[in-house]
Write a protein that binds this ligand. Structure first.
Ligand code: HEM
Length: 202
């Protein structure tokens, strides 16, 4: 498994990962069709899509330390798909809000975004995620060159905004966002130690 050909990655690993990542969405669709989303389906959809977006964001960040740890180089080829899935679940989360929470009342939505700080910060994270998704192609990477690397460093800022969005959306029980924060800080620490080791070698 350490060395796979491009063909094996493109025709085996990537399609499997694609289906696995789609699974939470399919489960939500199934639950919606079977009327099994609980007493408050809109709340369930908002929470599930928001949490899956955050989980995929952290999974995307996990790829680089995992590659360094295992020395399995092809793992990096899966990062873009995980990033795009983050955007997919964030878009579903936003659509749930626009459609099922606000009933496409655009004036209400436009006044809600600046009014409630947790919505403001959620919207800002969504816009940043969209920017990363739109510039994620090889063509954009080639076109933007060094700017692309700088731009994609936003991937470290977005989880902070999202965790804040999560905390501010709650009135009690901060355990869940705290767990996500610990995972994020762990990922940042691995990056910090890696950069420090690299700097001491040069
Ligand atoms: C597009 C702008 C966004 C809007 C309008 C929005 C809206 C909401 C709302 C209404 C809630 C539920 C709050 C409650 O229970 O009272 C929520 C929770 C949450 N959102 Fe967002 N959100 C946005 C962006 C994001 C993004 C980009 C992410 C992740 C990448 C995200 C992740 C979460 C999480 C993890 C929760 C908590 C879920 C839970 O309590 O289980 N949100 N958001």
């Amino acid at each position: 498994m350490k060395h796979l050909t491009n063909k094996q990655i493109s025709f085996v690993i990537k399609p499997i990962l694609f289906l696995v990542c789609l699974f939470p969405f399919l489960l939500l669709v199934l639950d919606a069709l079977n009327d099994s989303l609980g007493v408050n389906p809109v709340e369930t959809l908002t929470h599930e899509t928001g949490q899956w977006a955050l989980r995929f964001l952290l999974l995307t960040l996990f790829i680089t330390p995992l590659r360094r740890l295992t020395k399995v180089q092809w793992l990096i080829k899966l990062r873009r798909m995980l990033g795009l899935y983050t955007f997919f679940y964030a878009a579903l989360h936003f659509i749930t809000y626009i459609w099922l929470d606000q009933f496409f009342d655009w004036l209400e939505i436009l006044s809600d975004i600046p009014k409630r700080p947790f919505i403001t910060i959620g919207f800002a994270s969504f816009l940043l995620l969209m920017l990363l998704a739109l510039t994620s192609t090889n063509k954009m990477q080639r076109r933007l060159k060094k700017k692309w690397v700088t731009l994609h460093k936003l991937v470290y800022v977005i989880p902070m905004l999202v965790v804040l969005h999560f905390i501010w959306s709650l009135k009690v029980d901060y355990l869940e966002p705290m767990l996500y924060t610990i995972v994020f800080l762990g990922l940042m620490l691995t990056r910090f130690f890696h950069d420090k080791k690299k700097a001491s070698k040069t």
